[in-house]
Design a protein around this ligand. Structure first.
Ligand code: PMP
Length: 399
């Protein structure tokens, strides 16, 4: 089996697994218990992981909180800022995002704008993908703008600028798109909102460890991450919150998970120490190996694109040819029907027709970039640095 779906998730790095194991065995202490060695060891491990992640994005460790993953981080930032600004500061109710964000952004924004989906299907099969849902409206008092994107799926400065209102409190634009791989110019988009004192969030899930992120150079207020996209474990992620010390109470956003004082009260609940340690180790490796990893993966990507073009003269590569996530190859192959092909190759190759979170639905990203008629011909190949050129040749033959 050749695994070409690294945008959906990555295999766990053996070094990460080794780092995690003691925290599933003998080092099982609860870091919040603090006063005895077992608890102190766990607390130290959590803080070391936070330092490793901070070092990868050049933030202070205190500016990071651990969550269960990017979906939670995205929900937390959007709901947390929206709630605080509207109910505590009374400073506005307008949120701006784009049409090609991950579902955990889109659905959160739709929720705030008052859309509620009621599932009306009975006798659901086991692997259920809801298709028939009834949409109703309630008034939650938020106003959301979903920006159009260019042909590569990127948000243009001009369209963000024009959408900003006096009531705008938050802008959320992803750093790298999970289906077409294009990178947004987050530095200039976030500079635009900084001038106007509007909070800026970016879902950086697909770019962590793949491109250089430096929060000292890019004026974002919030970032979201997931460990399992960088060879870490599933079920753990983080949220970067600029200038918010973990040990101070929430000052301008509301917590999502209320309860104990873990993560400064932003995110209650006993730490998943083993997962946090795994995330920290994955971040350490990403920092150490990013240069070498990228040069390998870029070479492999160029080779794959060349072979695809030679075998399928009608191939169309989507996304920004220059500014995209290394190793992501989004293609339209007019000769194939994506889901049939994926099914047929399922024992030999793991490949995807888009986002794992939208499986079974036509891709709204492909629609937003004006390629809706090809949504059944779209596949996303996402590489990792372990794949060999020979494997790539074999796959293209199989296709
Ligand atoms: N945002 C983006 C851009 C993603 O690709 C994903 C993972 N598919 C997520 C958010 C959600 O990550 P998780 O499933 O780990 O919560």
């Amino acid at each position: 089996m050749i695994y070409l779906d690294n945008s959906a998730t990555t295999p766990i790095d053996p070094e990460v697994l080794d780092a995690m194991m003691p925290y599933l065995k003998e080092e099982f202490g609860n870091p919040s218990s603090r006063h005895y060695t077992l608890a102190k060891n766990a607390e130290r491990a959590v803080e070391e992981a936070r330092e490793n992640l901070a070092s990868l994005i050049n933030s202070k460790p205190d500016e990071l909180i651990f969550t269960s993953g990017a979906s939670e981080s995205n929900n937390f930032v959007i709901k947390g800022v929206a709630d605080y600004k509207k109910y505590y500061e009374n400073s506005g109710n307008h949120i701006i995002t784009s049409k090609v964000e991950h579902k955990s952004i889109l659905q959160t924004c739709k929720f705030l704008s008052g859309e509620v989906y009621l599932n009306k299907e009975k006798n659901k099969p086991k692997s259920y993908v809801p298709r028939k849902v009834k949409s109703v409206k309630v008034d939650r008092g938020y106003d959301v703008t979903f920006l159009d994107v260019n042909e590569y799926g990127q948000v243009e400065n001009k369209s963000l600028d024009e959408a900003i209102k006096d009531t705008t409190i938050l802008v959320s634009i992803m750093w790298g798109n999970n289906e077409v791989g294009s990178l947004n110019d987050i530095k200039s988009l976030s500079s635009l909102t900084r001038e106007k004192n509007i909070r800026f969030h970016s879902d950086a899930t697909q770019v962590l460890g793949k491109i250089h992120i430096d929060v000292k150079q890019v004026p974002v207020d919030f970032l979201s991450f997931s460990a399992h996209k960088i060879y870490g474990p599933k079920g753990i992620g983080a949220c970067y919150i600029r200038n918010k010390m973990k040990d101070t109470p929430n000052i301008d956003m509301t917590a999502l998970i209320h309860g104990g004082l873990q993560e400064g009260g932003y995110r209650a609940g006993t730490h998943a120490v083993h997962n946090i340690v795994g995330f920290g180790k994955a971040a350490e490796i990403a920092k150490r190996e990013m240069k070498e990893y990228n040069s390998k993966i870029i070479e492999l990507e160029l080779e794959t694109r060349k072979l695809l073009k030679a075998k399928f003269p009608n191939v169309e590569f989507l996304g920004d040819p220059k500014n995209h996530i290394p190793g992501v190859i989004p293609v339209i192959l007019p000769e194939i029907i994506n889901e049939m092909l994926i099914e047929k190759l399922s024992n030999d190759v793991a490949i995807s027709s888009g986002s794992a979170c939208s499986i079974g639905e036509p891709s709204y990203v492909i629609e937003a970039i004006g390629k809706k008629i090809f949504s059944n011909n779209f596949i996303r190949i996402s590489l990792n640095a372990e794949i060999s050129s020979k494997e790539i040749c074999n796959i293209i033959d199989l296709l």
